[in-house]
Design a protein around this ligand. Structure first.
Ligand SMILES: CC(C)(COP(=O)(O)OP(=O)(O)OC[C@H]1O[C@@H](n2cnc3c(N)ncnc32)[C@H](O)[C@@H]1OP(=O)(O)O)[C@@H](O)C(=O)NCCC(=O)NCCS
Length: 172
């Protein structure tokens, strides 16, 4: 199946919401707030990249987002230029067909070209390890279970520190 990837535009927003509702409906780790997170990121201009996957019929079947994270490493300025991957999803009807891979590989390549230092992700290790993500003992996301919080450096080493996602990810 031929899939086209492109950045989201305004006319995609309803289809993205529908996709997120469908893909996260039965995810026990989801707070069913992925659409709200994306909307808050858009409004605060923190949505660095949202790529959508479009199938041959024009249907939006996948999406991936990136936003800045702060890493508190104890220094006054913190670790700069790190991003978080997520949310990402593929229509359950079309999962395990390589669409997620295309979204991640293209998304990471684009973010790397923007001189980002590295990326963190909270998710399924069996999936994200395929894309170079690993756990690091000294890089901590408060509240997250260690095996599910991973990082991948684009330049240099993975820093140690406490990671803070954008407030848009808050579940309050
Ligand atoms: C996670 C998700 C985005 C993967 O998308 P996908 O299109 O099914 O992924 P792909 O088909 O490109 O899979 C890429 C590789 O990962 C493997 N894989 C897919 N899902 C996996 C999983 N949950 N665990 C382990 N491996 C997985 C595939 O077998 C494939 O391996 P291969 O390249 O060796 O054949 C999709 O399953 C999804 O939307 N899940 C629900 C929402 C979610 O959990 N999102 C992530 C948290 S933000």
């Amino acid at each position: 199946m031929k899939i086209t990837l492109r950045p989201e535009n305004k006319s995609d927003l309803e289809a993205i919401d529908d996709l997120l509702n469908l893909a996260f409906a039965f995810d026990p780790h989801s707070h069913q707030n992925e659409g709200a997170i994306l909307q808050r990121l858009r409004e605060s201009r923190k949505l660095l990249l949202s790529l959508v996957a479009i199938d041959e019929s024009g249907e939006l079947v996948g999406q991936i987002a990136f936003s800045p994270v702060e890493i508190d490493d104890g220094s006054p300025e913190g670790t700069q230029n790190w991003i978080g991957l997520g949310p990402m999803s593929v229509n359950p009807r079309l999962q395990r067909m390589g669409i997620g891979r295309q979204l991640i590989e293209t998304g990471l390549k684009e973010m790397k070209s923007r001189e980002v230092s590295g990326c963190v992700v909270l998710g399924e290790p069996g999936f994200y390890e395929r894309f170079g993500f690993n756990t690091y003992e000294n890089l901590i996301l408060p509240g997250a279970l260690a095996p599910f919080f991973m990082a991948r450096a684009f330049n240099g080493e993975v820093p140690g520190g406490i990671v803070h996602y954008d407030p848009a990810f808050s579940t309050d």
